[in-house]
Structures are given as structure tokens and as C-alpha cells.
Ligand binder design. Structure first.
Ligand code: DQA
Length: 142
């Protein structure tokens, strides 16, 4: 079972970026945890990060063509702005699980809207790096 983990803008700066909100783990730390847990669950995890919206659209299409079991998507700020990501999720059949380190609903008003969430299978938010692990467990159960 193949799982794509797609990360959007500024997540390459995890560990250094607003650690009070996002924690001290880097994206590589999270990737290593996911890979290990994925092995135990019989899933191969492929991790991607880009600061460019279109890359995330391309990777969603690619995930579908690769026959993924599921996609974990932390679209960063594009979560709250991107109709293109909403349409991309609707253009594929693979389930997409929305992931956030923070809980956007406890934050600024503009983070309360999620275009990704309108098409996602479900959402896991607010548990720091652990959100990704919980999403992987959810993917395993699909
Ligand atoms: C985030 C939440 C978004 O609102 C923010 O723009 C991010 C990170 C999270 O993982 O908590 O870049 O997706």
C-alpha cells in the first residue's frame, strides 16, 4: 500500500518556524516517523514538500495515477485559499486526509475556512507532528 504525504508552503521550515505553534520537529523527523510506522502497517510512505500550489495539484494527480491507497495532505496556507486544490482532490478517487499540526479553528478567522476540507475524507488537526501519525493510522484503516 502506497501513501503519498504532501506538504505545502513553509513546511520546509518546520522546527525553526514559530515553534510555539508548530513544535520543534522538522519535516524530516516527521517523515522518518511515518516511514517507520508505515513499515509496521505494511505501507510505503512517500513524502513531498513544495512552496508552489501547482506542485501540490500535480502530486495529487500523480498519486492517483500511481494507484495510492491514500494521500495525507497538509496544504499549509493554501488550505484556506486554494480552489485549485479542492478541484484537484475532487478530480481523483483516492481518499485524501487533511492534516494540520495546529488546530486552525483556534486561530485567526481566515484559517477557519478549508477548501481542502470540503473534499477531504476527514481531517486531523491540532496534535503537532502526531497529527500525521494519526492520519497514517486512519489511512491504514481505510
Ligand atoms: C498549517 C495551518 C495553516 O493555517 C498554516 O497556514 C500552515 C500550517 C498546520 O499544519 O497547522 O502553514 O497547515
Amino acid at each position: 500500500k502506497l501513501v503519498y504525504v504532501l506538504n505545502g508552503p513553509n513546511l520546509n521550515r518546520l522546527g525553526k518556524r514559530e515553534p510555539a505553534i508548530y513544535g520543534s520537529q522538522t519535516l524530516d523527523d516527521i517523515g522518518a516517523m511515518l516511514e517507520e510506522r508505515g513499515k509496521a502497517l505494511g505501507m510505503s510512505v512517500l513524502m513531498f514538500q513544495s512552496n508552489h500550489e501547482g506542485d501540490l495539484v500535480d502530486w495529487l494527480h500523480e498519486a492517483e495515477d500511481a494507484g495510492v491507497h491514500a494521500v495525507l495532505l497538509n496544504a499549509g496556507a493554501y488550505t484556506h485559499t486554494s480552489v485549485a486544490l479542492l478541484d484537484a482532490i475532487r478530480s481523483i478517487t483516492a481518499p485524501v486526509i487533511e492534516v494540520h499540526l495546529s488546530n486552525p479553528h483556534t486561530r485567526e478567522e481566515f484559517r477557519h475556512t478549508s477548501w481542502v476540507g470540503m473534499a477531504a475524507k476527514g481531517t486531523i488537526a491540532g496534535f503537532g507532528g502526531q497529527s500525521y501519525m494519526l492520519a497514517l493510522e486512519a489511512a491504514a484503516g481505510l
